[in-house]
Structures are given as structure tokens and as C-alpha cells.
Design a protein around this ligand. Structure first.
Ligand code: GUN
Ligand code: FE
Length: 402
């Protein structure tokens, strides 16, 4: 801590940084000063390294305000995880013996999430995860929590205290959660509203509430309708899963014959400019058109898609269609909490677009109209999705991403 400037230290970073200002463009700037605002800690200015003495003199700051990066150190914009199930951190890297998503949810996921009813379990899991993500460069995350209101409130407190920008959703599910892991419709709606109010009234500097129907099969129409109304009333973010896998879509079809996830979410006002839908591997072009028209984003979770082996999203096609696109870990469907790992997976799976399931085609060529010879996703493009793309997906591009 600098004695004169309590709160913010350092006030200047001196070194090299890298950023992706547009899709496919990565620039490295060497010998730069990143100057912060004394009060807020926001970046106020960027200047050439040679101007250091001048800047210090101008502002009356001491040399101790500067943090000089070491040789080989590089600053990157904070990485943005646009899809992470915080309670599932408990079993990352395990739960690998089941292939189908729906079975995996019943067998591993719901029992693990149920444990967070206990506030002390929640404290342990959420503290560990937030610290893990921060130490891996994830400064912003869009989280699914669990159905438990009190531990969700604790999660918001922890994120604020530990210094991560977090968008947190109390999960709503009033059906098909199995024993002990679903709520009545009334409780799902009342606890969602109570959580949203709690976070908004707390006036956090970095934490926002998110209306979170888990996915179509676990939410009745009444629940989806009520959630759409809460999101509108408080003008808050919305997140869920969309067209992720064939077994999920078959489940939806059995409950809503002939209807797609997109039609159902849209009917209940759940596709807005503050919506992020995870996966979208099987979205048809006309469905992606609906998402784009509403300003809704997709979170690309390549590692999870590879894990379940059902279908992968064609990320490049989405960007070409001007769909908002972020990158996500999908912990614990994705067994790595690191966004660097997601970037690698995006590149690797994106390079293999000739393999049908990696193109999002499996058994349904109509699902994907991307030519087989589409150029693969480049590392620069993946880095953009993990930073600026995520910022746009969260509608926070005015604050983060660059
Ligand atoms: N669909 C509904 N819930 C989940 C979940 O927890 N993980 C994944 N990958 N898909 C889901
Ligand atoms: Fe997920």
C-alpha cells in the first residue's frame, strides 16, 4: 500500500500487454504505462513507458506507485467465463463414467448441488472456486449456483469480498430435479425474486443477479413465465442452456412436442440483450436468427461439448452471423476451471470441423449449414471470444474485455 493513496495500489503498471480489439486481431504493446484512476481503480489512461517520470510528476505520485512487470510477464485483459456451474467444482475431473448428459445430471450433478443447502459447504466450495478462477485470470464469471437462496446470497457476498466480477444465478427448477432437488413453482419464483432484490439492494460494486431457469425440462411453463416477468421487472441478466445435446432436445420434445428451446424461451420473454444461453450446438439457423434479433448471446463451451461427445458449436459461423458469442468452461461438464483450457479446446475442436459432431451436425445435416471447408477457428479468434466476445455477450463491453 502506498501511504498517500489508500485503497488502490499500484496506480501504474509498467510493461507489455496484449489484447484482441477485434475478432482475429491480437496486438502486443510493449513498454507501456497503464494508469489507473486513484479513486476507482479503473484504467484512466494508457501511455508510452518513456513518459513515466512526466506522468508521476504531473500527478504528484511517488515511484512506489508503479509496478514494473518482469521480463517475460505480460498483462492480458481479464478473462471472462460466460458459463460456469460453481457448485459443480466439487467434482471436477470425476464423474467421467457416464456419457449421456441427462444421466450425468441425475447421477452426479444434482446430488453434488444438493449439498450446498448446507451454508458451510457452500462457503467452502464457493471460496475455493472464486480464488481458483481469480488465480487463473478469470476476473469475470457468469455463474449458475444452486436452488438454495441462502447459500446463493452467501456466494454473492463472497464474490464481492474476494474481488471477482460475478454474475450469479439462483437456479430455478420446479420439476424433474429428482428427489430433494426441486422447488415448488411458488418457491422457485419467490426465492429468485428475493435473491435478485438482495443483490441489487446490496449495491455491490461488481456482483449482479441473474434470472436462471436451469433448462427447459426442469421448469414448468408457469415457472418460465414468472422468471421472464422477474427479469423484466428488475431489468437483470438471464441465463440458461439451449439446444445442448440430442438427449436434452428429445426430453424437451417429449414435454413440448414440436417446439424448440428457442421458441419456448422466446415465448416467455427470456431472450433479451442481457441473455446468455449456454451451448447452442444444435441451434438451426432460423433459431440463431431469433437469438440475434433479440440481442441474446451464446456461450461456447467446447471442452464440455467434447466431454459429452454429442455435438460442438460452430463458433466461427456464429461470429459470421453476428451472434454475440462468449466462451465458457461449463465446470464441471468441462473438467477444467481455466479459461486458457477453454481457449485451447475452442481451437482444437474448431480445427476439426470436418468431423461431423464437431461441426454440430451428427445425424442432422440440416442443423449446420457451414461448409466443410470453413477455415478453422484461430487462436487469435479464440482469445477474442474469451475477452471482448465475453464482454459483449454479458452486455458489459463498456467496462471489461479490453
Ligand atoms: N443442462 C441442464 N443442467 C446442466 C448442467 O448442469 N450442465 C450441463 N452441461 N448442461 C445442463
Ligand atoms: Fe452448463
Amino acid at each position: 500500500q502506498n501511504s498517500k493513496h489508500k485503497g488502490v495500489w499500484p496506480l501504474i503498471f509498467h510493461g507489455s500487454f496484449v489484447l484482441a480489439p477485434s475478432f482475429g486481431e491480437v496486438i502486443i504493446k510493449k513498454d507501456q504505462l497503464i494508469i489507473l484512476d486513484e479513486l476507482t481503480g479503473d484504467i484512466s489512461e494508457i501511455a508510452e513507458g518513456g513518459k513515466l517520470s512526466e506522468v508521476l510528476k504531473q500527478r504528484g505520485w511517488k515511484r512506489s506507485c508503479v509496478l514494473h512487470l518482469k521480463e517475460g510477464q505480460l498483462l492480458v485483459p481479464g478473462l471472462i467465463d460466460t458459463h460456469c456451474h460453481a457448485p459443480q467444482y466439487q467434482f471436477t475431473g470425476t464423474g467421467t463414467h457416464i456419457i449421456e448428459l441427462m444421466q450425468w445430471l441425475q447421477h452426479y450433478t444434482f446430488p453434488a448441488e444438493r449439498r450446498l443447502k448446507d451454508i458451510e459447504v457452500a462457503r467452502k466450495v464457493y471460496t475455493a472456486l472464486i480464488n481458483r478462477l481469480l488465480s487463473n485470470g478469470t476476473t469475470t464469471a457468469l455463474y449458475f449456483a444452486t436452488i438454495h437462496e441462502e447459500s446463493c446470497k452467501l456466494f454473492a457476498d463472497l464474490a464481492e469480498d474476494l474481488g471477482q466480477r460475478a454474475l450469479i444465478g439462483k437456479v430455478a427448477m420446479d420439476q424433474h430435479g429428482g428427489e430433494d432437488y426441486e422447488e415448488t413453482t411458488e418457491v422457485a419464483l419467490a426465492s429468485t425474486e428475493s435473491f435478485v432484490k438482495y443483490v441489487l439492494e446490496k449495491k455491490c460494486s461488481r456482483v449482479l443477479p441473474v434470472v436462471t431457469p436451469r433448462f427447459i425440462p426442469t421448469c414448468s411453463d408457469a415457472c418460465l413465465k414468472g422468471l421472464g416477468e422477474i427479469a423484466k421487472k428488475y431489468d437483470v441478466h438471464i441465463q440458461s442452456h439451449i439446444s445442448e445435446s440430442q438427449d436434452e432436445m428429445a426430453f424437451v420434445d417429449s414435454l413440448h412436442p414440436g417446439k424448440s428451446d428457442t421458441e419456448i424461451y422466446d415465448k416467455f420473454g427470456l431472450l433479451t440483450a442481457k441473455t446468455v444461453m449456454a451451448h447452442g450446438c444444435h441451434l438451426k439457423r432460423h433459431e440463431r436468427d431469433v437469438l440475434r434479433a433479440r440481442g441474446a448471446a451464446v456461450s461456447h463451451c467446447p471442452h464440455s461439448n467434447l466431454f459429452f461427445g454429442d455435438a460442438n458449436l460452430n463458433a466461427k459461423q456464429c461470429v459470421f452471423e453476428k451472434l454475440k458469442l462468449g466462451l465458457g468452461t461449463d465446470v464441471a461438464g468441462g473438467y477444467s476451471y481455466s479459461m486458457f483450457h477453454s481457449i485451447r479446446s475452442a481451437v482444437t475442436t474448431g480445427r476439426n470441423v470436418r468431423i461431423d459432431f464437431l461441426r454440430g451436425v451428427k445425424d442432422d445435416p440440416a442443423a449446420c449449414d457451414v461448409p466443410v471447408d470453413t477455415e478453422p477457428l484461430d487462436y487469435k479468434e479464440a482469445f477474442w471470444i474469451a475477452t471482448q466476445g465475453g464482454a459483449e455477450a454479458l452486455d458489459l463491453q463498456h467496462r471489461i474485455g479490453r
